[in-house]
Design a protein around this ligand. Structure first.
Ligand SMILES: Nc1nc2c(c(=O)[nH]1)N[C@H]1C(S)=C(S)[C@@H](COP(=O)(O)OP(=O)(O)OC[C@H]3O[C@@H](n4cnc5c(=O)[nH]c(N)nc54)[C@H](O)[C@@H]3O)O[C@H]1N2
Ligand SMILES: Nc1nc2c(c(=O)[nH]1)N[C@H]1C(S)=C(S)[C@@H](COP(=O)(O)OP(=O)(O)OC[C@H]3O[C@@H](n4cnc5c(=O)[nH]c(N)nc54)[C@H](O)[C@@H]3O)O[C@H]1N2
Ligand code: SF4
Ligand SMILES: [Mo]
Length: 693
């Protein structure tokens, strides 16, 4: 294993080498990393200046990755639970003891699909995230996991409309003359896109940010449209209305490359800007002006992000927005169109990596990860064994009250593979110490650019930490799985991710990244990967599923202003210096975020006697959560922002914002509705008194 660390380049410093890697985090940018290693220790981590998307720049979080890697609280040995669930009491055990005990428990399990793997994108690596683990659970016949927690509403919406997760090439945003940044805080969550947006701005482009929150990105755009959460489809339909009545349409593109134009036209004509203005809570004039800009500026580009699809109608909203560029023919130009995610362009050989054939005709049930709270409490369809890796569900899944109750079940056998003792690890029967990106092999695609990156280990694993793939290989051996695929080592798995003829592995090995060969303007002449080959305004496939075939405004489950008891709409977007719940335990980053915050508009604060800096109780029928209020110009009246996602145990009262969110699902994609959540806020006088005394 150690000679895997060898192929690196010498630096001008004595005893130092540089190792090329990739940022593993769930971020669209997938930066290329260069780690300087001296005497076996990582001493410097930088963005690779040779990789054009990274351009030598990392975000604040990952520029602290060595601090995270060398953190004194890294898990370094397997642990066995010695106290009640959730108490965090554990004793170190050997790997053999832990793996033998886990394998014995799995062998005892009569119905294999009462075993549930729970994983998400703690690392986006194809090897540590979706290879040996999947092989293992397929062979075992465990439940399948519907990995919906982030992006399925928008992703499936894109598939129904454009045919896949496909879109503009990110680099060409720099040439656009109008950019709509829609449901995205680029500066916080997609920094390397922001570079292109700024380049466009320098060339005279107009930037418009569409977001309920006045984010740091909104501050820097020419215009900010602060619509109410979950009203994006209404806005998009009103834009269509204006494109139609002013004839800012590309009739030739519509005729040749779209499906369902007449029906969409009829639908959009029901949405004059006045109607959308009332729904969105923004001035009609702002919608009219945006439509004019979008209809008359060429090239016009839209950068959506997943922030706008975490509401009941998230799928329909993403579909409505994705229809816009086909109406104006924006796709004809390489700097026109829309980008939400471009992962559909990567020809990953998932069958080779994940080996679904090992299911051998069995069709285990599927558990929707968004509803893990309910699933763990469902006694009719029990989950007996849960194996968690690359995720921190106790902190990040909605309606935590139920998630915690589920994880606290004494009869549930839980294994957690983790780098740190997270809220979830506290509920494990066995905690297995995981390697970091500096310590293991991996290969990466990206959802914000179209390069493949190779990650070589730069340093030896900390303590007894082992890679996820190693753990599942070892468990497979103990289960008696003899297929040769269970012997593939991590580096071999990297090579299996793509068929040899589709990417240049030599280039990956020598420079650390390689670019997919793609046309500049993928849909200039149509050719969408839909069944019809057209941009499907109307979707037969949705109709076949009993859904509306046309995009529509689907109001939130909990629309702003619809309840007297819970009058405020709460969204919980990322805090800039955390990545979901990762990095919350990194001291220098937590020092920037300080403590859990609720941004609230001055009027809403005054009406409740809440001063800036007061400790507040945020609550609804699902639960309550305490944090500090910031009376903030970033909040519009009626909407509060509970910035995410704190570790519960590092917050104020042992909970976090997901104590309040619901398990209801999106219209398309079975996704979570984190931002479709009504609350009430009050001063927490008890807490204030306690702090004062
Ligand atoms: N620093 C940092 N970067 C991250 C993450 C992080 O936690 N921290 N998370 C990563 C992950 S997991 C993902 S999925 C990606 C993308 O993750 P996203 O959560 O999409 O990230 P943002 O770009 O912050 O976009 C969210 C924005 O959408 C806004 N928003 C909320 N509700 C609505 C709505 O109804 N309509 C509209 N138009 N806007 C709305 C929020 O105010 C916020 O500014 O970012 C990744 N990058
Ligand atoms: N309220 C609210 N909730 C949200 C969101 C929101 O905006 N608001 N955003 C949602 C979104 S978009 C997402 S994507 C989810 C994200 O939720 P998760 O995917 O659970 O992401 P993280 O919270 O970052 O947890 C990832 C964990 O994986 C671990 N990890 C990293 N690398 C490895 C590895 O190689 N091996 C092992 N074994 N572990 C590793 C990290 O230490 C970390 O604890 O949260 C969702 N939850
Ligand atoms: S989190 Fe995103 S911006 Fe930061 S280094 Fe990783 S890929 Fe780049
Ligand atoms: Mo996400």
């Amino acid at each position: 294993m150690l000679d895997a660390l060898a192929p690196t380049e010498k630096t001008p410093f004595a005893n130092a080498t540089v190792v090329r890697g990739a940022c593993p985090h769930d971020c669209p940018d997938t930066c290329a990393l260069v780690t300087t290693v001296r005497d076996g220790v990582a001493v410097k981590l930088q963005g690779n200046p040779d990789h054009s998307h990274t351009a030598g720049v990392l975000c604040t979080k990952v520029s602290r990755y060595i601090e995270r890697n060398d953190h004194p609280e890294r898990l370094t040995t397997p642990l066995r639970r010695t106290g009640p669930k959730g108490s965090g009491q554990f004793a170190p055990v050997s790997w053999d003891e832990a793996l033998d005990a886990i394998a014995a428990r799995l062998k005892l399990t009569k119905h294999s699909d009462t075993i549930v793997p729970y994983s998400y994108a703690g690392t986006m690596g194809l090897v540590q995230g979706e290879s040996m683990d999947r092989r293992f659970f397929h062979k075992l016949g465990a439940s399948l996991l519907d990995r919906t927690i982030c992006s399925t509403a928008g992703g499936e919406a894109l598939s129904f409309t454009l045919g896949g997760k496909v879109g503009m090439r990110v680099e060409f945003f720099a040439e656009a003359k109008l950019i709509l940044i829609w449901g995205s805080n680029s500066i916080g969550s997609n920094l390397h896109f922001w570079r292109h947006a700024q380049a466009a701005k320098r060339n005279g482009a107009r930037l418009v940010c569409i977001d309920p929150r006045k984010t740091e990105t909104a501050d820097k755009c020419d215009e900010h449209i602060a619509l109410l959460p979950g009203t994006d489809a209404a806005l998009a339909l009103a834009l269509m209305h204006e494109l139609i009545v002013h004839d800012w349409l590309d009739h030739d593109y519509i005729a040749r490359h779209t499906l369902g134009w007449e029906q969409l036209r009829e639908r959009a004509l029901q949405w004059p800007p006045s109607r959308a203005a009332a729904v969105c809570g923004v001035p009609e004039a702002q919608i009219v002006a945006l439509a004019q800009a979008y209809g008359t500026t060429k090239p016009a580009a839209i950068r959506m992000n997943y922030g706008m699809q975490r509401v009941r109608g998230g799928g329909n909203a993403a579909r409505a927005i994705a229809c816009l560029p086909a109406l104006t023919g924006a796709w004809r130009h390489r700097a026109g169109g829309v980008l939400l995610s471009a992962t559909g362009f990567f020809p990953v050989d998932r069958a080779a990596l994940q080996r679904p054939d090992l299911l051998a005709g069995r069709t285990p049930r599927t558990i929707n990860m968004t509803n893990i709270g309910d699933a763990l409490l469902d006694t009719a369809n029990p989950i007996n064994v849960l194996v968690v890796y690359n995720s921190n569900p106790v902190a990040i899944a909605p309606e935590s009250g139920k998630v915690v109750a589920g994880f606290a079940r004494e009869d549930l056998f839980t294994v957690v593979l983790e780098q740190f003792q997270t809220d979830t690890a506290d509920y494990a029967d066995y905690v297995l110490p995981a390697t970091t990106q500096l310590e293991h092999w991996d290969i990466h695609t990206s959802y914000g650019h179209t390069d493949v990156l190779l990650n070589r280990p730069a340093v030896a694993p900390r303590g007894e930490a082992r890679s996820n793939a190693w753990v599942f290989r070892e468990l497979a051996r103990r289960m008696g799985f003899t297929e040769p695929c269970f012997s593939d080592d991590d580096e071999a798995l990297c090579r299996q991710a793509f068929a040899p003829d589709v990417i240049d592995f030599n280039e990956l090995e020598t420079q650390g990244f390689t670019s997919l060969k793609l046309p500049d303007a993928p849909f200039a002449d149509g050719g969408f990967p839909t069944p019809s080959g057209r941009c499907e305004f109307f979707s037969e496939r949705l109709v076949a599923m009993g859904q509306d075939g046309l995009p529509d405004h689907v109001p939130n489950y909990e629309p702003a202003g619809s309840s007297r008891e819970f009058p405020l709409a709460m969204i919980s977007p990322p805090a800039r210096n955390f990545l979901n719940s990762s990095f919350v335990n990194v001291r220098s980053l937590r020092a920037i975020e300080v403590e859990p915050l609720l941004e609230i508009h001055a009027d809403d604060a005054a009406a409740r006697g809440i001063d800036d800096g007061a400790i507040v109780r945020v609550f609804n029928a699902r639960g309550e959560y305490r944090c500090r209020a910031e009376v903030s110009r970033r909040a519009r009246a009626g909407v509060v922002h509970g910035l995410g996602i704190w570790w519960r145990k590092l917050g104020m009262d042992g909970t976090n914002v997901n104590q309040l969110t619901s398990q209801r699902l999106t219209d398309i994609g079975r996704g979570p509705t984190f931002y479709d959540c009504l609350v009430q806020v009050e001063r927490d006088d008890a807490r204030v008194a306690a702090t004062a005394s």
